[in-house]
Ligand binder design. Structure first.
Ligand code: FES
Length: 103
């Protein structure tokens, strides 16, 4: 698939610190707003694929609801083994809308 920027949610509709699942082109993605910063990650745990949107966020640490693996949302790295990473989606806000680059 070629790279493509896909519109997802309105930035202002994202609540600070809330885990918001979106599905650009049917892919499971997760948006997290922290103040004016935005993080966009794969919404699928690297362990057994649980949806991370059902997890919990503490600061920049996202904990999977299934077996408690914890990831840093800033780089997607698993805290216990940072070489294991969630996919991060490049994200931009244009005209108040969040776009993710899908490839
Ligand atoms: S599926 Fe996430 S920790 Fe097991």
């Amino acid at each position: 698939m070629a790279e493509e920027w896909v519109e997802t949610a309105a930035f202002e509709a994202l609540k600070d610190g809330r885990l918001t699942p979106v599905f650009p082109k049917g892919l499971p993605a997760l948006l997290i707003r922290k103040g004016n910063d935005l993080y966009a990650l794969e919404n699928r745990c690297r362990h057994m694929g649980c949806p991370l949107a059902a997890g919990t966020l503490d600061g920049y640490t996202l904990q999977c609801p299934c077996h408690d693996w914890r990831f840093d949302i800033r780089d997607g790295g698993l805290l216990a083994a940072p070489e294991i990473k969630l996919k991060l989606y490049p994200a931009e806000v244009r005209g108040g809308k969040v776009f993710l680059r899908i490839s």
